[in-house]
Ligand binder design. Structure first.
Ligand SMILES: [Zn+2]
Length: 129
């Protein structure tokens, strides 16, 4: 059995899948629908992790984990994402991953908040009503 330290909560756990323990995975799991809703409600804006974590009161490391684990690639149960939606999520993902690169992971501090990307996409996307 391979024990590693969860990179979110720092507990030791047996690493069956990834670097995050079950408890934290559940946490992220529970965050996902809310984050997704948030992203949908703010679809005209540009995102970064700091902003999402601040607006939603989530620990930024969990938001990072959510992105890293590929949650944003998923559809919620019962949903069929259309092409438009997929494209939008891909853009979000790019944006979020860019901000991942600029915010050091796993240091447990909040000093990464200085980069607030305000760049906007040049794409024409419509929010479906
Ligand atoms: Zn954990």
């Amino acid at each position: 059995m391979n024990l590693i330290t969860c990179k979110l909560c720092g507990r030791l756990f047996s690493s069956a899948r990834g670097k995050i323990c079950i408890a934290c995975l559940e946490e992220v799991d529970g965050m996902y629908p809310k984050v997704r809703e948030y992203l949908r409600d703010h679809s005209q804006e540009s995102f970064n992790l700091e902003r999402i974590s601040e607006d939603m009161n989530f620990d930024i490391r969990y938001v990072q984990a959510l992105v890293e684990l590929g949650y944003l690639d998923r559809a919620l149960p019962g949903e069929t994402p259309d092409e438009e939606e997929k494209k939008r999520k891909q853009l979000l993902l790019n944006e979020l991953q860019a901000s991942l690169n600029s915010s050091p992971m796993g240091r447990g501090d909040k000093t990464a908040g200085k980069m607030y990307g305000q760049q906007r996409y040049g794409t024409d996307r419509k929010s479906n009503s």
